[in-house]
Every structure is written in structure tokens, then in C-alpha cells.
Design a protein around this ligand. Structure first.
Ligand code: NAI
Length: 397
């Protein structure tokens, strides 16, 4: 069948397997142009099939020669459904890394579930060997409660007042006003339950108790702060409350790992990039487009992969760590520079009604959004039929 992009309210409902292959190969090729570094040898990534987690897997696999286990929640192809981009990313990452002779194992399923934690622990114990680094890079819309079975959902809402902001409807290529309503107390609690730190803490606690971590092992997760430009919807909204909780879990994890294995727990404040999750957040499309434009102009733009490469090479395993007063790694320092923020702010206001589509930053933002789903690669023939029967035989292993 032919696969054309299918978008609904800035959410892709399909992916192109051969484009996803190009995406992963591009990340690996990019990593090979960057310096290698001494880092962890055995890594567990929770949420490593796309976005920050996938770039983490690529840079640690390619630049530090690490072996990886990835736990991700992705859908396989079925009938006329193409399967999710992350499904194909997992398959093509494994294929591309096969010649390295290193282990890159995938578990596809629910990272919140105890049964998944048991499977992963069993695999570490019997086959993989003890872990040097746990990366928690999950972005989830829902989490099943272990005892009630209830599906708890996260929401992207404000707290207190409604906020109206501009967003880019990528399918229709139009600027739209979007009003985000305030969350109820229950919605705030639910978002913290899904996107906060309790599950990360649970993973680290269980792996420590089962004696599956090497001495000095580290755990890291990714948070976002951003600016006043997007604070009402992000840091001061429901997702911000979840990030407060994640950061508090980071402090607990740091104490736990320090005491038990002389390790450490880290929070990296990462910069805004184009991922499935980020485009879904109102105002972020506008913000990231202008941010790309301004950071490129100042020569401080980094791709998702470059950002994660610098994080691990310089700040997690290197000696150039930048910490803030809360002990968080501030790899977002270029994005947060006062002059960069002032220019983003001025440009966003100026282009609110017109002109945003003329920016190279916006073109890049939109192209990247298509590419993370396997579209807009020059070397893929999108008119050609894709043999889904044959591709459906592939599985992440
Ligand atoms: P993404 O949507 O690209 O990736 C999310 C990952 O979580 C995927 O691998 C997905 O399979 C996995 N996942 C979701 N539900 C799961 C479940 N129940 N079980 C197992 N795996 C599951 O997201 P992105 O943007 O890379 O986000 C990763 C983390 O980075 C999040 O904590 C996010 O808040 C943070 N972050 C993202 C920024 C951005 O601009 N995208 C900026 C700063 C931090």
C-alpha cells in the first residue's frame, strides 16, 4: 500500500516504515560525526523508541559503545494500520546496530506494569548483566492503576485561569487560537500520577533491591522549565506539577543510590525539541519555531541528538556539569540565555498573526515533525507501494 501522511489535530495517525528507517539511520550517522566518550556500558532506557529517549539510546550506543535495553509502548502494524513510528524505530535501530555485536534488546509494553518490571529484571539477571545507567524518558498519556485497574489520564491544562494562545495546525498549515481551560484538582493529581516521578522511583528502588545495579550506577530523567513565554501552559500548568514531582523523586533517588551503591540520581533540564509529545502542547509549536530561528542565528542551535550527546559526554560523564541551586543539570542554558529569550518573545509577538510560515525555523519545525513519523525524506519514494505483509514479519527483539 501507499502511505501518505495522516494528521489529526497535530497528531499523526500513521507512520512510514521506510522513512522511520531513514530517520534512525540519520541519527546513527550524525552520532558517528561526534566525538566518542567514556560512559556507561549497560544502560536501561524507559521510553527509548522516540524523541529524547531514542537520541539517548543512539548516542550512548554509538559514542559510548553501550549495550541497551529499551522499554517502550508502541503499536505493531495491523490490517491497514501502519504501526507507530517508535515500533519501526526500534526495529531499524536494532538492525543498524547488529554489526556492532553488542546487545540492544527491546521490550514493547507498559513500563508502568509490574509484569514488565519483572520481565526486565529477569532479563538483566539472566542475560544482560548489571546496569550502569537508568534513563527515564517516558511521555505517557495514561497509566493504569495497579490495584483498581482504572486508567488514569494526564491532561495538558492550566491551573487557575484559562489561557488562549496561538498554535500552528500543521495538517491545515494555519495559525489557530487555542484556549486551554483550567484543570480540576483531580486532573492535576492524575497528571502527577501519570507524568510525575513515582514510577521512576519504583523502577530504581526495585532494581536496587534486586541487586541489579553496578556500584556507582546513575539514574537520570528529563524535565523542562522554559520561559515566561510558555510558562502558563507548561511550568505553571498540570505538566509543571508533574515535573515538580519528577524532580522531587530525583532527589529521593539521588539519596537512595548514594547510600546503597555510591551512585547518583540526576535531573537534566533539557531544551525544547520537536517530538510527538511536544507538538501536542499548545503554544509550543510557535515557541519552538521561533526558538529554532533565533538559536540558529546565534550559532547555538543543537539537534535532539547533539543535545543528548553533549549532556552525557560533558555533564553526566564529563567534568563540565552545570548545576542550578536545586542541583539540576542545566543543559538548557543556551535556550535560557536572556538575549535568546528576549528575541524569541519579540519575534513570537510580531509574527502572531502573519509571517510565521516564512521563517526557516518554522519550516524546520514542520519538516522535523513529519520526519519523526517517517515522512519528508528525500531518499524515500512516497509514491511507491510499501509491502506491509513483508514488513509485518519484522519484530523488535
Ligand atoms: P516521546 O513521545 O518522543 O517519547 C516518549 C517515550 O515514552 C516513547 O518511547 C514511548 O514509547 C514511551 N512510552 C509512553 N508510554 C509508555 C508506557 N506506558 N510504557 C512504556 N513506554 C511508554 O517524548 P519526548 O518528548 O522525547 O519526552 C521524553 C521525556 O523528555 C519526557 O519526560 C518529557 O517531558 C521530557 N522533555 C521533553 C522535551 C521536549 O521538548 N520534547 C523537553 C524537555 C524534557
Amino acid at each position: 500500500m501507499q502511505i501518505k501522511p495522516s494528521l489529526r489535530s497535530n497528531v499523526f495517525t500513521n507512520s512510514h516504515p521506510l522513512g522511520c528507517q531513514q530517520y534512525v539511520l540519520g541519527l546513527i550517522k550524525e552520532a558517528k560525526t561526534l566525538p566518542n566518550f567514556t560512559g556507561p556500558k549497560k544502560v536501561l532506557i524507559i521510553g527509548g523508541s522516540s524523541g529524547y529517549g531514542l537520541s539517548t539510546r543512539v548516542t550512548l550506543g554509538v559514542n559510548a559503545g553501550a549495550e541497551t535495553i529499551n522499554v517502550s509502548f508502541e503499536s505493531r502494524p495491523k490490517g491497514d494500520r501502519t504501526g507507530s513510528a517508535g515500533w519501526w524505530n526500534n526495529i531499524y535501530f536494532q538492525q543498524a546496530m547488529q554489526s556492532s555485536g553488542k546487545i540492544h534488546k527491546d521490550f514493547v509494553g507498559d513500563a508502568f506494569a509490574q509484569s514488565m518490571k519483572d520481565q526486565v529484571k529477569d532479563y538483566i539477571r539472566k542475560t544482560f548483566g548489571k546496569i550502569d545507567l537508568i534513563v527515564y524518558s517516558l511521555a505517557a498519556g495514561a497509566r493504569q492503576h495497579p490495584t483498581t485497574g482504572e486508567l488514569v489520564r494526564s491532561t495538558l491544562k492550566t491551573i487557575g485561569e484559562p489561557v488562549t494562545g496561538k498554535t500552528i495546525d500543521i495538517g491545515e498549515m494555519q495559525i489557530k487560537d487555542l484556549t486551554v481551560t483550567p484543570a480540576s484538582e483531580q486532573e492535576i493529581k492524575d497528571t502527577v500520577y501519570v507524568m510525575g516521578g513515582s514510577d521512576w522511583l519504583d523502577w530504581v528502588q526495585q532494581l536496587t533491591d534486586a541487586n541489579l545495579l553496578n556500584m556507582g550506577a546513575k539514574a537520570i530523567s528529563y524535565t523542562y522549565i522554559g520561559s515566561k513565554n510558555n510558562s502558563k501552559i507548561y511550568r505553571d500548568g498540570t505538566i509543571g506539577k508533574a515535573k515538580d514531582d519528577l524532580e522531587a523523586a530525583g532527589v529521593q533517588i539521588n539519596q537512595l543510590l548514594k547510600q546503597r551503591i555510591k551512585g547518583e540520581g540526576l535531573i537534566s533540564v533539557s531544551k525544547a525539541v520537536v517530538t510527538k509529545a511536544s507538538v501536542f502542547i499548545p503554544k509550543i509549536a510557535f515557541y519552538v519555531s521561533t526558538m529554532f530561528e533565533v538559536m540558529k542565528k546565534h550559532g547555538v542551535h543543537e539537534s535532539t541528538l547533539q543535545h543528548k550527546h553533549r549532556l552525557f559526554k560533558d555533564m553526566v560523564y564529563g567534568n563540565k556539569r552545570l548545576l542550578d541551586e536545586k542541583g539540576r543539570i542545566r543543559i538548557d542554558h543556551y535556550e535560557m540565555q536572556a538575549n535568546i529569550q528576549a528575541e524569541i518573545d519579540a519575534m513570537s509577538k510580531k509574527l502572531e498573526n502573519d509571517g510565521i510560515f516564512q521563517l526557516n525555523g518554522t519550516k524546520q519545525f514542520i519538516d522535523e515533525f513529519y520526519q519523526i513519523h517517517g515522512f519528508r525524506f528525500a531518499n524515500v519514494n512516497y509514491e511507491a507501494d510499501v509491502d506491509m505483509d513483508k514488513l509485518s514479519l519484522l519484530e523488535p527483539k
